[in-house]
Design a protein around this ligand. Sequence first.
Ligand code: KIV
Ligand code: NA
Length: 265
Amino acid sequence: LKKITTHQLQEMKNRNEKISMLTAYDFSMAKLVDAAGVDVILVGDSASNVMAGHETTLPITLDQMIYHASAVVRAVERALVVVDIPFGSYQGNSSEALRSSIRIMKESGGHAVKMEGGAEIQESIKRILSAGIPVMGHLGLTPQSIYKFGTYTVRAKEEAEAEKLIEDAKILEECGCFSIVLEKIPAELAKRVAEEVNIPIIGIGAGPYVDGQVLVLHDLLGITTEFKPRFLRHYARLDTIITEAIGKYVGDVKNVDFPNEDEMY
Ligand code: KIV
Ligand code: NA
């Protein structure tokens, strides 16, 4: 089984093959995601929401991200594993950003880091790249800035923000980022970015005219169902499958149907 590299993602864009990306936060799920053939596994700071139940991605710590990432890395044989640098561990200055990235690479074994922002973090990106660590960018709705935006609605609908986004994407490419995630922006704007920038553009809520798609695993599987933005497709409804299975178990325990004579020593 051949491992996916950042170079292969570039080749995929060059030959017009779409890139599939999905989050994972633990060993067991990452094993399934990898076996299903996903190209890039993102250990997203959405772990803060999905794994820990926080309202935003802000509270998750670098230590917690490393814990999730190391579990994912132990499971993965093929996918490229990208790890989010969490809020508060790179915005200070480029030394802090480099230190956090090195900790992620050393302690989790991840293959690349992802960070939110454009021009304002370019020094940090260059410093991380100069240490040999691949960097993925993230523009548009960047959840670590949710208190600045004030809402999770679609970004860059206005001309000024759209132009800044295109500028930022070009800066990220010039800095040497191997790819960029675009979150919740108009499909036509995402299309422009994917055309004007040579590196692979991965969308979430950014329409089909980009080089790949990413979703949060638990959203795709229908485990987390309170959250249903229009860009999300539920490929399963595991919430009912799981609660029905567990409900049966509870019933069987109450009725002493479990364990039966084959299930005891
Ligand atoms: O943390 C995350 O899950 C992400 C993706 C939604 C891109 O950053
Ligand atoms: Na994230």
